[in-house]
Design a protein around this ligand. Structure first.
Ligand code: MG
Length: 178
């Protein structure tokens, strides 16, 4: 086997964004989930801030790798190209199959416990684009994608929560030193 060159970060990033677009998921779709999660805590939050947080999360290599693996498996299952019994398991999103959640959960770990608990919540309530992917059953397979979107959204929400706290503390410090 001839050695292939290692893909650059830019190539992996571009591939990640292209795959999401191909699967019908926009940054705004994910930002809407983040907004709903965070607005109770930060009334001045804007959808743009949420979209920016999603963009930043999508730059993370752990998240990109998880998306590449999961979406690839969804696509192969859609094309009937996996070996049995995995083909049937992924295609039918078999109830006891948890590898989709495991990969998605692994990807949120860099964003700490808020990301982990939010991921668990989104896995249960399935809102917005997650719900739309989950119910779009006909021919498309989104067994991995729905969990991966929950992973990106919970990471982006956790990132915002930490940043908002930093910002509040910075403002408070500024006020006390003035
Ligand atoms: Mg799933």
């Amino acid at each position: 086997m001839t050695a292939k060159k290692v893909p650059t970060s830019k190539e992996v990033t571009n591939a990640t964004f292209a795959l999401l677009e191909e699967r019908g998921v926009s940054v705004l779709d994910i930002a809407e989930i983040v907004y709903d999660l965070q607005i109770p805590y930060h009334p001045n939050l804007t959808i743009q801030q949420c979209a920016e947080s999603v963009e930043r999360v999508l730059q993370k290599r752990e998240i990109q790798h998880a998306l590449l693996v999961g979406i690839e498996l969804d696509k192969l299952a859609e094309q009937n190209m996996l070996s049995e019994p995995l083909q049937s398991i992924v295609e039918q999103d078999e109830g006891l199959f948890g590898v989709d959640e495991t990969i998605a959960l692994g990807a949120v770990l860099t964003y700490g416990s808020i990301a982990v608990t939010t991921f668990g919540y989104l896995d249960k309530v399935k809102v917005g684009i997650i719900e739309r992917l989950d119910s779009k059953k006909e021919k498309s397979v989104n067994t991995f994608l729905d969990d991966l979107i929950a992973s990106v959204a919970s990471s982006a929400a956790s990132r915002l929560a930490h940043r908002q706290r930093d910002e509040q503390e910075r403002l408070r410090e500024e006020n006390t030193t003035q």
